[in-house]
Design a protein around this ligand. Structure first.
Ligand code: HEC
Ligand code: HEC
Ligand code: HEC
Ligand code: HEC
Ligand code: HEC
Ligand code: HEC
Ligand code: HEC
Ligand code: HEC
Length: 384
């Protein structure tokens, strides 16, 4: 693994430690019970967690241990001499639990939250931690934004996601925050039988304890995105009225293969035709084709989009004309033509809402547009 620029150990660390000890900031170690203390009452969660990467013991080298411990251990704070537990234990996400354990599991004395901020404390890059890397003073239940002076490395939602290897850890939270998932505050969604009011937090997709699926996903990665997105149907070419199933070349490709290249949590396709994409980086198209020719893929994707647009533009223009005429006289169309118009609208909205401009399944989009064009011609005849 690469630990590059974020890992420089600032010279001020030793000084800083001396300073906090002498100011007498309270050592909070007594509030932590340790994960093994949770085992007797939460056996299922414990066993699941134990098999996850969070439970793997951290073996720091002595010279960098302080720089690493804030994110690789539990209960570490700037004021402490050392961590309470040498892994990402229960209390890293639920807060100190000694009181909860001592009071028969009093739920007022433990944190239960789906907030991405809990994960973001470690799964993010920031420029303002007391030692330049990890942030102090955070406890689960708080908002990261409450931390004075916190400067998360910003990610531009319009730009390319930051390269995966550039910085440690990956800027997962930073990317997520800039993505539609981090911004979807007003949604009511259902996933795995649970109601979810946005944003689409880390634990909508990742199980905090289990690792039944890769990357601790809540379900098989091939199914995950379709739990909320309808684009899988576009890739399969099903759902449009009057159109036979029209599969895409990529029907069997899971969404994340194109949308999460390099593990990017902006969900952004690294387009082969993006002029800002360095040669050294993988684009989302070339990697899994036998012929790894970025220029060729760039031409293909542009061709698909151009074909889609050329076909779509005149149809939308026709639709506008028809709608303007119907506004003046709503009774121009008989029942049969009215039904056809409704189908045209519904079918077109599938490929418009899809958002890929034909890339997900050009053949299907072309079928839909061809039918729309034929029926619009009939409708226009009836209007004139
Ligand atoms: C990586 C963070 C993280 C770690 C580590 C973690 N939990 Fe959780 N836990 C959560 C989150 C987040 C939820 C809420 C999940 C949800 O509602 O979808 C949760 C839920 C729970 C619940 C409520 C019941 C449930 O499953 O929803 C219990 C009990 C629990 N955790 C106990 C534990 C114990 C005990 C450990 C350690 C052995 C532990 N957790 C480790 C994040 C974590
Ligand atoms: C700001 C929090 C943070 C700091 C500081 C940090 N890490 Fe990490 N580390 C993570 C996270 C989060 C991951 C999980 C992988 C990822 O998302 O990048 C990780 C993963 C790792 C892994 C597993 C890598 C892999 O690819 O599976 C190693 C080894 C590691 N870190 C070593 C270190 C060392 C050594 C230091 C100190 C020099 C350090 N880390 C400092 C958060 C941190
Ligand atoms: C003596 C038994 C006991 C111990 C030890 C214990 N818990 Fe609990 N815990 C409970 C009980 C009982 C509940 C309430 C369960 C319920 O209402 O369904 C609970 C609930 C929780 C919840 C959910 C809180 C909520 O608001 O619903 C979390 C999270 C949790 N415990 C985490 C932990 C962690 C972390 C530890 C270890 C530090 C721990 N527990 C130790 C008994 C215990
Ligand atoms: C205290 C810091 C910390 C917190 C809090 C934390 N993580 Fe992690 N996480 C890590 C580290 C460190 C690793 C890498 C462990 C390793 O590979 O040894 C990791 C690894 C992971 C992985 C990779 C698992 C795999 O199999 O590759 C996922 C997924 C993950 N964390 C999700 C979450 C989610 C979701 C939350 C919040 C509910 C969360 N983490 C909270 C530090 C943290
Ligand atoms: C729990 C529901 C849920 C899951 C699961 C989910 N998404 Fe989303 N996704 C959303 C919501 C809500 C939005 C915000 C969209 C909006 O504005 O309509 C969104 C937006 C997006 C966007 C639009 C770009 C953006 O940043 O706004 C893309 C691309 C995307 N998701 C891809 C994926 C992929 C790939 C997966 C699977 C790895 C996935 N989503 C899983 C709910 C989900
Ligand atoms: C919309 C679903 C979704 C959301 C939301 C999401 N993830 Fe992920 N995450 C995934 C998928 C899918 C993968 C596996 C990608 C792959 O295998 O290429 C993944 C991979 C990871 C990994 C493994 C290493 C990597 O980067 O590939 C970590 C760590 C991780 N996510 C942490 C998080 C954290 C922390 C959050 C919240 C800030 C989060 N994820 C939000 C779907 C999601
Ligand atoms: C073959 C690669 C590929 C696959 C597979 C794929 N997509 Fe896409 N997707 C694209 C491309 C390319 C775009 C156009 C994005 C762009 O120009 O940045 C796109 C656009 C989108 C958009 C609109 C983007 C936005 O920013 O609003 C969403 C949402 C989306 N895809 C979701 C999904 C989902 C969900 C799946 C799985 C069912 C999926 N995609 C599968 C390549 C793919
Ligand atoms: C995870 C692997 C994967 C990804 C990612 C992927 N493809 Fe494909 N692609 C395939 C497979 C599999 C086929 C069908 C088998 C074949 O014909 O090679 C295919 C077929 C094609 C074809 C027709 C056959 C050919 O090779 O010319 C084109 C064009 C194409 N893909 C372009 C793209 C573009 C553009 C992207 C990015 C938006 C992309 N692919 C992303 C796997 C992938």
């Amino acid at each position: 693994m690469k630990l590059k620029r974020a890992m420089a150990v600032p010279a001020c660390i030793t000084l800083f430690l001396v300073a906090v000890t002498s100011t007498g900031i309270e050592n909070e170690s007594s509030e932590y019970a340790g994960s093994s203390a949770c085992l007797p009452c939460h056996t299922d969660e414990y066993n699941a967690w134990k098999s996850s990467k969070h439970a793997s013991l951290f073996k720091p080298s002595t010279d960098t241990s302080l720089v690493c411990s804030g994110c690789h251990t539990t209960g570490m704070n700037a004021s402490d001499q050392g961590p309470k537990e040498n892994d990402v234990g229960c209390e890293a996400c639920h807060g100190p639990g000694r009181e909860h354990a001592a009071h028969e599991g009093d739920t007022d004395r433990i944190v239960l939250s789906q907030s991405a901020d809990i994960c973001g404390r470690c799964h993010s890059g920031n420029q303002s931690g007391d030692n330049g890397t990890w942030m102090t003073g955070y406890q689960p239940g708080m908002r990261l934004s409450e931390l004075a002076g916190l400067k998360l490395i910003p990610v531009d939602p319009e730009g390319l996601p930051p390269p995966a290897d550039d910085i440690h850890p990956s800027l997962t939270y930073n990317m997520w925050l800039a993505s539609g998932h981090g911004k979807a505050h007003d949604r009511n969604i259902q996933i795995n039988g649970k109601d979810w009011t946005g944003p689409v937090s880390c634990v909508a997709c990742h199980s905090p304890h289990q690792r039944d699926n890769s990357s601790q996903l809540v379900m098989k990665p091939e199914k995950l995105c379709a739990a909320c997105h309808f684009q899988a149907e576009v890739l399969k070419g099903v759902g449009a009225k009057g159109i036979e199933e029209t599969r895409s070349l990529h029907t069997a490709i899971p969404c994340f293969s194109c949308h999460m290249t390099e593990g990017n949590h902006l969900m952004k396709v690294l387009r082969p035709d993006d002029p800002d994409l360095a040669e050294s980086r993988t684009d989302s198209c070339s990697d899994c084709h036998e012929v790894k020719d970025r220029k060729m893929r760039a031409i293909q994707i542009k061709d698909w989009e151009a074909w889609y647009k050329e076909t779509m533009d005149p149809i939308q223009a026709d639709l506008k004309t028809v709608e303007a005429a119907l506004k003046k006289d709503p009774n121009l169309l008989n029942r049969e033509l009215k039904a056809k118009l409704d189908d045209i609208r519904a079918n077109l909205s599938i490929i418009v809402k899809d958002g890929s401009n034909g890339v997900h399944n050009l053949d299907y989009a072309l079928e839909i547009m061809a039918l729309a064009k034929r029926h619009l011609a009939e409708i226009k005849k009836a209007i004139h």
